[in-house]
Write a protein that binds this ligand. Structure first.
Ligand SMILES: [Zn+2]
Length: 200
């Protein structure tokens, strides 16, 4: 592995493989690329990333949080009526990695829509335990932004997960809280400005 030091930067793999999935006009997933499955596998999704468990399922099963779903509903509706492509930045972090991606959502034939995401940049960090899958969780909830993966400390204050661990003293707790998803103020604004640029 050429990257060992926590916090160091690295370029995304070359050539950048795009993860692609396509939904039909009823928002059901009708195809996923090999790279999409590999990426899901690498991120410990395990069995749930087998094509049999994905094909024909509504895209909404894979988008966490009401606000994020509403946000995508508006975007998809407009993409279908206006036939325009929307590009959004988002994060898909692993416990030990900040991963910056770009998602391109493009209308294709028969009201189908293609989602193509590619990694723009990755940064290593000390593993953030709260992002690990399959660990015991308490009944407490913390809110994470679906797009930038920041955690809400108080109203309108969102910080990186590693800062939240310190501010909320999560390392002192025997069980970590559960994560619910929402949209932070900045991502909501950014999304809306992208939306207006494209559709108005
Ligand atoms: Zn955000």
């Amino acid at each position: 592995m050429p990257w060992e030091k926590a916090g160091s930067s690295m370029k995304s793999r070359e050539p950048v493989s795009k993860c692609i999935h396509i939904i039909d006009k009823l928002d059901r997933i009708i195809s996923v690329s090999e790279s999409w499955l590999l990426f899901a596998q690498e991120n410990q999704a395990g069995e749930s990333c087998h094509p049999d468990k994905i094909i024909n399922r509504p895209i909404w099963d894979f988008i966490d949080g009401d606000e994020t779903q509403q946000f995508y509903e508006i975007i998809l509706k407009n993409i279908r009526t206006e036939h325009k492509t929307v590009t959004l930045p988002f994060r898909c972090d692993a416990p030990e990695k900040r991963r910056y991606l770009e998602l391109k959502i493009t209308p294709i034939q028969q009201e189908n829509i293609e989602f193509a995401s590619s990694i723009i940049h990755e940064e290593l960090r000390d593993a953030v335990k709260i992002l690990e899958l399959g660990i015991a969780r308490s009944d407490k909830l913390i809110r994470m932004c679906s797009m930038c993966k920041k955690v809400e400390l108080s109203e309108n204050t969102w910080v990186e997960a590693e800062s939240a661990v310190i501010s909320l003293k999560l390392f002192e707790q025997s069980k970590l809280p559960q994560i619910s998803h929402g949209l932070c103020t900045e991502c909501f604004k950014l999304g809306m400005s992208e939306f207006e640029k494209t559709f108005t």
